[in-house]
Design a binder for this molecule. Structure first.
Ligand code: NAD
Length: 508
């Protein structure tokens, strides 16, 4: 592990790092009311550091700075090529500090270092991707009307945008919003998840180092009900891009109504993975196990419900049991760790309570074993809920931990009905070697994203998002820049002297 870093010292997982401040108008500062909150290490449940707790006054200050930067600052009028130099510079700086960012992310969230390293590399690519896209694809349309008119569209940034993000995969999710927001010329206030402030702070440092004009990018740490709520209700914030729980999304939509904000919602999920008897079972197994137990099970698109055809169910379950017994549980900084601790005690208790509920609902619970030496961490072992039925609460509610419910099915119609009988609609996965059936299932399962014979791999060009209670709108690709972070403006030009009615004109 490269420990030549400014924030992290040896034995990183037991380490305290420097306290986190707010980043407003190009300066790192304490909260206006000088309040802080504690940031706790999921592996040790000890203090990592204190974080400045922004509240309404801090949000107001950040919005004023972002508004000034948008309206009068150089950002709004800057040439696109110059703006993209800044965006690419952010990507280069992330690349230079991948190791430190990955360590901070694992320290803060308990995600295994082998997984945070990959996520950070993708975060840099978010900036490069949107720099390329804005330069080459952000163009309007032209509608000539005979020789009389030319109507054309241009895409303009919205203004000050508020980005509210969760604690799971924070750096990846934050950069996925920040990159298109900045590349299209908006100014930004980021309100990161309060349980994972470290890499948002690192992003502020990187953006500061990249030299963006003051006020273009701001980070206000704090709690949802105070800092987040003020950002949502602030009249000068034009749009809110939110990722988090479905219930929070619904509160945000209500609270943004008075100021008629544009909102984008990436919410929870309870995604099905369906395995037919003709599937490549070994690959389906790899995908099912990775899909729920990577990122410690704290992944919105995880396959929390696995539907197995009755003819392969027993065989598949015995392979699942073997995998679950062997998944490497441990220290997030150990490169061989596959499953780390959950983000915090409250979430740990919630996940454990769902496992108890599964027993009451009649599931057989099969779990791996948490090694004695890591018992101080918030570890929930990889867990299978066998004999599950789709209408059980453990199959209907998002648990957001390393818990897979296994449900048997017999017919295609039956599994489609069960897969769709849930309030969420984020993702879905189908494993079959019958190509026609694969497409039929993909069409029929009600979700924003379906993978056929594939694990959860993503391409930055495609839309990302869910249906039903999993969200409204899409992120990614051109959806982010055309449909959310810009507004189309139509310009009508008369090419000749078309007829204009002459109301009130006295006839000669
Ligand atoms: P959360 O909803 O509790 O919090 C998310 C963010 O919202 C935090 O920054 C929080 O402070 C803020 N917030 C809370 N109340 C608020 C309010 N009243 N006004 C404004 N902001 C408020 O979610 P979480 O527990 O941090 O994250 C886990 C959830 O996120 C899961 O449900 C998961 O499925 C979802 N998620 C969805 C996606 C997706 O793309 N669909 C991706 C990742 C996570």
């Amino acid at each position: 592990m490269n420990m030549q870093t400014t924030d992290v010292t040896t034995a990183a997982v037991h380490t305290r790092v420097e306290d986190v401040k707010l980043y407003i108008d190009g300066e790192f500062m304490d909260a206006a009311q000088a309040v802080t909150f504690e940031n706790i290490n999921p592996f040790t449940n000890q203090l990592i550091n204190l974080v400045a707790e922004g509240r309404a006054k801090d949000i107001d200050k950040a919005v004023a700075a972002a508004n000034e930067a948008f309206v009068r600052g150089p950002w709004g009028s800057m040439k696109v090529a110059q703006r993209m130099k800044y965006i690419n510079r952010i990507a280069d700086l992330i690349d230079e500090e991948i190791e430190e960012i990955a360590i901070l992310e694992s320290l803060d969230t308990g995600l295994p270092i082998s997984q945070t390293r990959n996520m950070v590399a993708r975060a840099a690519e978010n900036f490069r991707f949107y720099a390329r896209m804005v330069q080459t694809k952000l163009h309007g349309e032209a509608y000539p009307v005979d020789n009389e008119f030319l109507n054309y569209t241009v895409y303009k940034p919205i203004g000050v945008v508020g980005l509210i993000t969760p604690w799971n995969a924070p750096f990846m999710l934050e950069t996925w919003k920040v990159a298109p927001a900045l590349a299209t010329g908006n100014t930004v206030i980021l309100k990161p998840g309060e349980l994972s402030p470290l890499t948002a702070n690192k992003l502020a440092k990187i953006i500061d180092k990249a030299g963006l004009p003051n006020g273009v990018f701001n980070v206000v740490h704090g709690f949802g009900e105070t800092a987040g709520a003020r950002l949502v209700e602030h009249p000068d914030v034009r749009a809110i891009s939110f990722t988090g729980e479905t219930t929070t999304g619904s509160i945000i939509i209500k609270n943004s109504a008075d100021t008629l904000k544009k909102t984008s919602m990436e919410l929870g999920g309870k995604s099905p993975l369906i395995v037919f008897e003709d599937a490549d079972l070994e690959r389906a197994l790899d995908a099912a196990v990775w899909g729920i137990f990577s990122f410690n099970g704290e992944r919105c698109t995880s396959n929390a419900r696995v539907f197995l055809h009755k003819n392969i169910k027993d065989q598949f379950i015995s392979a699942l049991k073997e995998r679950v017994a062997n998944i490497k549980i441990g220290h997030p900084m150990d490169p061989s760790t596959e499953l780390g601790p959950l983000i915090g005690k409250e979430h740990f208790n919630k996940v454990k309570s769902y496992i108890e509920l599964a027993k009451q609902e009649g599931c057989e619970v099969v779990q791996g074993v948490v090694p004695e030496e890591v018992k101080d961490g918030n570890f929930v072992p990889p867990t299978l809920l066998l004999n599950a039925k789709n209408d059980m609460r453990v199959c209907q509610e998002e648990i957001f931990g390393p818990v897979m419910a296994v449900i048997e099915f017999e017919s295609e119609d039956e599994v489609i009905a069960a897969a769709n009988d849930v309030k969420y609609g984020l993702a879905g996965f189908v494993w079959t070697n019958d190509i026609k059936r694969g497409h039929r299932i993909a069409f029929a399962v009600d979700a924003g994203m379906i993978w056929i014979n594939a694990q959860n791999v993503r391409d930055l060009r495609i839309p990302f998002g869910g249906t039903k209670a999993s969200g409204i709108g899409r992120e990614g690709g051109h959806y982010a820049i055309f449909e959310f972070y810009t507004e189309p403006k139509v310009i009508h030009v008369a090419l000749g002297d078309h007829h204009i009615p002459q109301f009130g004109k006295v006839k000669e």
